[in-house]
Design a protein around this ligand. Sequence first.
Ligand SMILES: *[C@@H]1O[C@H](CO)[C@@H](O)[C@H](O)[C@H]1NC(C)=O
Ligand SMILES: *[C@@H]1O[C@H](CO)[C@@H](O)[C@H](O)[C@H]1NC(C)=O
Ligand SMILES: *[C@@H]1O[C@H](CO)[C@@H](O)[C@H](O)[C@H]1NC(C)=O
Length: 859
Amino acid sequence: MPCVWALFPVLAMTLSSAQNLLGDRSPQSCRCDQDLDCTCSHSGLSSVPSVPDQTRTLDLNYNQITEIHSQDLGPLRELLVLKMHANRLSQIDPQAFSGLWNLKELDLSQNLLTTLDHRWFNKLGALESLKLHSNLYKCLGSPPPFQTLVRLRVLSFGGESLEEIRVSDLRGVGGLKQLLVDANNLKRYDSGALAQIWPLDHVTLGLHSPFLLNQTLASAVLHDVSYPQTHLTLDNISMSTNLSVLPFREVAQKRVRHISFHNSYLTDQTTVRLLVEIDGAPITTLSVNNITLNGVGSWEKAHKTDHKSLDEIFIKDIVVLNVFEFRSFLPLGFILEYPRKISVINAKVFVMPCFTAFLLKNLMFLDLSENLLTDPTLTETLCEGAGVLKNLRVLNISANAIKSLSLISRMVSHLSKLSHLDVSRNTLNSMPPSCPWPQSLRFLNMSRTKLSNATSCLPPTLQVLDLSYNDLEELSVELPALKELHLSGNKLLTLPPGSLYPNLQTLTIQINTLNFFSHSDLLSFPRLQNFQAGLNKFICSCDFVPFFHSLSSGKSNVSLTDEINNYFCDSPLHLQGTPLSLVHRSFPECHYILFVALSCGLVLVFLVCLGAVLWKMHAFWYLNMIFVWLKAKHRRRRRERMRREDRDTDRLLVTYDAFVSYSERDSAWVDNYLIPELEQTESGNGGVEMTKGNYGTFCHQPVSMERSSEETRAESSSGASWDTRPESSPRPEPLRLCLHRRDFLPGRWIMDNIVTAIESSHRTLFILSHNFVKSDWCKYELDFTHFQLLEGNCREDAAILVLLEPLHHDDVPKRFCRLRRLLNSTTYLQWPQDPDQRDQRDQFWTSLRQALRPVQDLD
Ligand SMILES: *[C@@H]1O[C@H](CO)[C@@H](O)[C@H](O)[C@H]1NC(C)=O
Ligand SMILES: *[C@@H]1O[C@H](CO)[C@@H](O)[C@H](O)[C@H]1NC(C)=O
Ligand SMILES: *[C@@H]1O[C@H](CO)[C@@H](O)[C@H](O)[C@H]1NC(C)=O
């Protein structure tokens, strides 16, 4: 409804996004958030940029910075974290970090530093983490660089160039929790150099060439960092010779329990040597990540070794070079009977022979995710569900090539202790109507399995169910024990009915096609606490928006646990893409009909009031008059043009001596006195005898009148003495009057008639009385005459006022200001009321006749 918007234009308020005061000062390559964490990574910077002085975190990773000057970081007294990983740093001023008393984390790894300077760290008493690995220094230098770092807990150093570690190098460093030494080319090591920094939680050692070439040195290093509680990770070790396995003797002796290999190389022979070296060692966790095995699994020679303590084997990303010759796991029975936890991830396992399953007596956790299992090989792996893996609690067969859910359910149904089953990322497609499950099953992950339906196949014992990223359009399976339900990434239009999930505490339903959810929807889940529904296609209705605001402000029992910025409006169109947290529906939008009705009502009232006011002020009248006047003006112009072409036409125009403007109520006076007196010649008045028949031709008789301006002036000056100057009776001659009752053309608009009458008369005679003042038409006639006067090309005495009764200008209502002014400024004739004063009446007529005297009389 356009009237609404025309009257109440929407004032769009532009909220200039609160331009961060600090953001203004930082260069464009850096983004600083409200917590003053500035990120300038990957920006091609060649020097330290200037950032706000209060910056707490400065991330300069992956730039081209070559140098840190003394003043570069000077003002950043609040700095807690400085990251300069992967730059081209070769020069650092000794005082560069001297102002950073609060610094807790410093990362200078992967740069081009050729020396370390102890003065850099002099003032960094608060430093907890220092990363210096992958640089070009050959030694740590002297005096020992880290002496002042009493709080240090995390330290990394080394690089391809590191050649020696001296006994004093790490003086002052104690109580480290994490140590990384990149010493792949280490040539000299003072025994005990790393021994002082215990107790260590995690040690990562890159000892490639010592393991290959200098096992004594490798053993010395391992000896110094190995403690029973230490998690030892050996990176980049090639165990290709019998000798290279020797250093593990150290590990076994120091009773290390957790050992990991990253990026390593093994052969059958060295594997056997390794198993022999760690024979009887209390290793509980063996983790192998990204390893290449050059062998066929002939490890029988180690079958006498003791690995009872082995509890967890984790193998990920294994490459078996001779995969087709690889033998069975059977000879490995001596290892496999102990662990409770085995993960073989991304190792191209396509089957685990059934008899291997018999070996895994203690197994509680089996993760075979990201392998090549299919329906038949899964059957083999689980021995057709026949009495193996009796202790299995967790089975993970995520990301394999299994297709049948009913097969999976049959295979696991005898695993009477199974509580977790992860079948995600297989292509299951559909769910059978019912499935057997072990009673113990609590957790089922069927995420990303292309399921298009959900049936009572789902076990009612479930507490956690993940059905995210499938093709579900609805879910209505009763799961009374369910506490967590994940439904993100489906095609659901509404929330599932809460009554089916009386114990549900967590519901995630992001990235669906939800249009809204209501208070009652959430209330139908009696226990719901955590709710995530971002990235849906919300209709930002007037009900939903306020409900969402109350939900996101934490006023309800249910809390939104995902990013509030993930909630967008999808419709109405003008709100599409707007974060819901910024949307506020206004009254007009929400109560459209009411608003339109109200505003139209208001407009109506306003128009009525306006109309009333205009009426009161006679605006329509003036408008009307202006219109008629403009028309008359136009007509006059046309007439003048015609006169120039043919003078005779003008003669036809001015027909009357006077147009009489009077109120209908005064018509008696006009009929009885004025007409007889002026139009008819009577003896008493010395008038010219006129025949009645003349009336008809009066208004149409052409009277030629061209008056000069001199005449006009002469008349106006003489007009001042009309009622005072005694005048000898002129030769009575009938005057031609125009009377509306008689001379107006019937059928014409009265205004036009009036205008024509005034225009075709020399003068206008106003018969003023209280009646006149009350008559609107009369006033109109007066006004029009006044307009003509204002036009200038008209005589000053065009208006003649006759007062029928005494009329003070105060008697005239204020709105007839023109009449009041005329009464003040123009002389007028006063009609003697008393019939006895004949003399005065005669005098009146004489004066009136004089005033109305036809123009040619002057000649
Ligand atoms: C490694 O040790 C095994 C015995 O454990 C031996 O048979 C083999 O020949 C040795 N290999 C080398 C290269 O010394
Ligand atoms: C199963 O394996 C996948 C991929 O390795 C992993 O993301 C998931 O967390 C595992 N599930 C369980 C229950 O351990
Ligand atoms: C289910 O599996 C998917 C993919 O492996 C994983 O991302 C998700 O975290 C798992 N769900 C739960 C509840 O662990």
